[in-house]
Design a protein around this ligand. Structure first.
Ligand code: ADP
Length: 478
């Protein structure tokens, strides 16, 4: 079996303990054995990032840009291979895996440009004769803690801006997907960065993640993952005045109005709710449908689900890959029972299915006759499960859509410009889609939510610098 190590201070470093990376489409397929870092190694990685920061913060922007560009170019050149590895370990389909790898490459190239555009301002002082300058500086060593559902894109959209703006990095990927993380780290290790600027350490959240939160040498934490862990990150960082940024769950609504293009609405619902096996924080899990179109919409979605090809992520033609692991599958099945128990009608799907390989396959599920008090409409499931809530009119649709503790992404299907405009203004979400699925976003514009979904400055695009730089104001009396 292939064995993989951690990158600490520029050295590949082993460990006595390992994580075994298993293909969720075929549990007989072992991808590799990945060194599980120790708390002492996490401290070594932090020290390396701390030491390297002293010089890297003053590195030339051309050097940073060249490194990021080289990383982006290699990812793009190897996108098919990286996408295949990603699909093999995480379970999204091969085209989705290649798409994600492509996005990661594009992100590095975008931030190769951003490294050259760290702008400041000069202003006049209110005191005559004084000059005022506002400029941006790096924050310091940054801990990057990522989830399993986008194993290369999420690390890319945190690591690239961190390095572009002169910070150093300790990257802790999710336990379930060390393969993509290792491949990315290996590419970064050859891009020309000084030793210690970028470190990667694989391991359990409580063992490796938690020490990063409490260490005074770590000046900021960028986290994407569950609401529960987000609260731990917030408490640890706010307690010691470290900067932090959280991207957590979603319970994203898709409103379908009577005047929509029905086929497009059905497509938005199926894509948004079930593609990537529903394992996206932007997935539309609440389909809020106006009464007149409800029955026709529901019937078309049901037929669409029944046609979906659920199979091995790498098989030709697969549209929905497996659930990521046994624990997530159990959780999905538990929510199917919870939904039935609270009176929702399971119209189709929800059951596990057998394929030619042993994997965690589940038929996408659709609940109807649900309301916004039910747990299936209030708690994030993170699987291929969606529910329909019937509403009388647009006002009720907005009220139901906003009746949630989350606020990441929200969509509407309508041909009314007036309804679309009102929706964009009144919906409580960080990202708003009109006649498009709630999932599927560009890489060069801000990503993030409101309410319980996100905290801190936005990720991605030009806005990323608000987290990865500190603003300094200088007064000069020439
Ligand atoms: P998910 O349910 O999506 O796996 P988690 O929040 O458990 O979400 O995991 C997201 C990331 O947070 C993973 O890299 C995980 O190892 C890490 N993590 C989990 N618990 C902690 C913790 N107590 N402190 C720091 N990081 C953690």
């Amino acid at each position: 079996m292939d064995k993989f190590q951690n990158l600490i201070a520029g050295q590949w470093t082993g460990s006595d303990d390992h994580l075994i990376n298993i293909n969720p489409s075929d549990t007989n397929d072992i991808i590799g054995e990945y060194a599980k870092g120790t708390a002492a190694q996490a401290s070594d990685a932090i020290e390396a990032a701390h030491q390297a920061f002293a010089d890297w913060r003053h590195s030339s922007i051309q050097h940073r840009s060249d490194c990021l560009d080289a990383i982006g170019n290699e990812i793009l050149a190897r996108k098919d291979e990286l996408g295949r590895l990603l699909a093999r370990e995480e379970g999204k389909t091969l085209p989705e895996g290649i798409g994600e790898a492509t996005r990661a490459g594009q992100i590095f190239k975008f931030f190769a440009g951003e490294a050259l555009r760290i702008a400041g301002e000069t202003l006049q002082s209110v005191r005559p004769g004084i000059d005022v300058e506002v400029f941006r500086q790096p924050v310091g060593p940054i801990a990057i803690i990522t989830p399993w559902n986008f194993p290369i894109a999420i690390p890319a959209w945190k690591i690239a801006p961190a390095l572009a703006f002169g910070n150093t990095v300790v990257f802790k990927p999710a336990e379930l997907v060390p393969g993509s993380a290792w491949a990315l780290a290996e590419i970064i290790s050859r891009a020309g960065l000084p030793n210690g600027v970028f470190n990667m350490i694989i391991g359990e959240g409580a063992e490796i993640g938690e020490p990063l939160l409490h260490d005074q040498r770590i000046k900021a934490v960028s986290f994407t993952g569950s609401t529960k862990t987000g609260a731990i990150v917030a408490e640890a960082c706010s307690g010691r005045n470290a900067r932090y940024q959280l991207e957590m769950g979603g319970k994203n609504p898709l409103i379908v109005l009577n005047d929509c293009d029905l086929d497009n609405a059905v497509n938005c619902a199926i894509q948004g709710a079930y593609f990537s096996t529903g394992q996206r924080c932007t997935a539309s899990s609440r389909l809020i449908v106006e009464a007149k179109i409800h029955d026709e919409f529901v019937e078309k979605v049901r037929l669409g689900i029944d046609d979906l090809i659920v199979d091995h992520a790498l098989a030709d033609g697969t549209q929905i890959g497996p659930v990521v692991d046994h624990a997530q599958l159990e959780k999905n099945l538990r929510y199917i029972e919870i939904g039935k128990g609270e009176g929702a009608q399971l119209l189709t799907g929800g059951e596990t299915i057998e394929r030619s390989t042993p994997g965690f396959f589940q038929k996408p599920a659709l609940f109807v006759a649900t309301d916004d008090t039910m747990r299936i409409n209030r708690e994030e499931i993170f699987g291929p499960v969606a529910s329909v809530i019937k509403v009388d009119d647009f006002d009720q649709a907005i009220a139901v859509a906003n009746n949630t503790s989350f606020g990441l992404s929200a969509g509407i299907c309508t041909n009314s410009l007036r309804s679309a405009s009102r929706f964009k203004s009144e919906i409580e979400a960080g990202m708003v889609m009109v006649n498009a699925p709630t999932a599927g976003v560009d890489y060069h514009v801000p990503f993030g939510g409101t309410k319980g979904s996100s905290f801190g400055p936005r990720e991605q695009g030009g806005y990323a610098k608000d987290f990865y730089t500190v603003v300094k104001t200088a007064y000069t009396n020439p």
